[in-house]
Ligand binder design. Structure first.
Ligand code: HEC
Ligand code: HEC
Length: 158
């Protein structure tokens, strides 16, 4: 009888933990990349990596993600393009990420950060503006938007 109850409790533990892992979809790094005109994203202007990181609740662990605003406003600017460059304007970008219809961009693709990369934005009229510094932080909104510790204006496009 004692043996049986031990077996039952082991089974119960296994069952409960399978329920728990089943709920945590974000245990798995689901591949996700933004595209022009796509509208799957949300939370414009928030720091995506607060949630979309290993162990976080968001689906997909983003390597680069953030939001774009219409120049001088706090409104989303859709369908721009983000690039990551080793040197400003030399050679070709190491990553290209399309901004979606909601003004958000994100990717789970691995990024070769080297000793840092220069982000750039291309607006719908084709104008490219570089960030004047290298970064090794792909959580663009952690500096560029509303959250705590903001040190830069939004990523603008016109
Ligand atoms: C407060 C936590 C949180 C923040 C911040 C957050 N997300 Fe999410 N995100 C989630 C969760 C949880 C899900 C999965 C459930 C859902 O779809 O709402 C998700 C799902 C997604 C999906 C997948 C939707 C689908 O249907 O497959 C995308 C794309 C996404 N987020 C993009 C972003 C972007 C881009 C940002 C930043 C601008 C961001 N998220 C900020 C929590 C967050
Ligand atoms: C550590 C903080 C920080 C991070 C992280 C960061 N930026 Fe920046 N970014 C800045 C600062 C500061 C400026 C200069 C703002 C100014 O012109 O005064 C800037 C400028 C820019 C500009 C040029 C804006 C303009 O109008 O001149 C772009 C584009 C840009 N960042 C894109 C990005 C992207 C994309 C990411 C994510 C890959 C990113 N930034 C991550 C701090 C950051």
């Amino acid at each position: 009888m004692k043996k049986l109850s031990v077996v039952i409790s082991i089974l119960a533990v296994a069952y409960i933990s399978s329920i728990i892992t089943g709920c945590e979809e974000a245990e798995w790094n689901e591949p996700k990349v933004s595209y022009h005109d796509d509208d799957e994203s949300h939370n414009w202007g928030m720091n995506c990596m607060d949630c979309h990181r290993r162990g976080g609740p968001g689906e997909g662990w983003f390597t680069v993600a953030g939001s774009v605003a219409k120049l001088g406003t706090n409104e989303p600017y859709p369908n721009a393009t983000i690039e990551m460059w080793e040197e400003i304007g030399v050679g070709s970008p190491v990553a290209i990420i399309e901004v979606d219809a909601l003004g958000n961009f994100y990717t789970t693709e691995p990024i070769n950060w080297g000793d840092g990369l220069y982000p750039a934005i291309i607006s719908q009229n084709g104008e490219r503006i570089f960030m004047p510094y290298k970064t090794m932080i792909g959580a663009c909104n952690s500096c560029h938007f509303n959250g705590e510790g903001v040190s830069a204006p939004p990523i603008w496009a016109k």
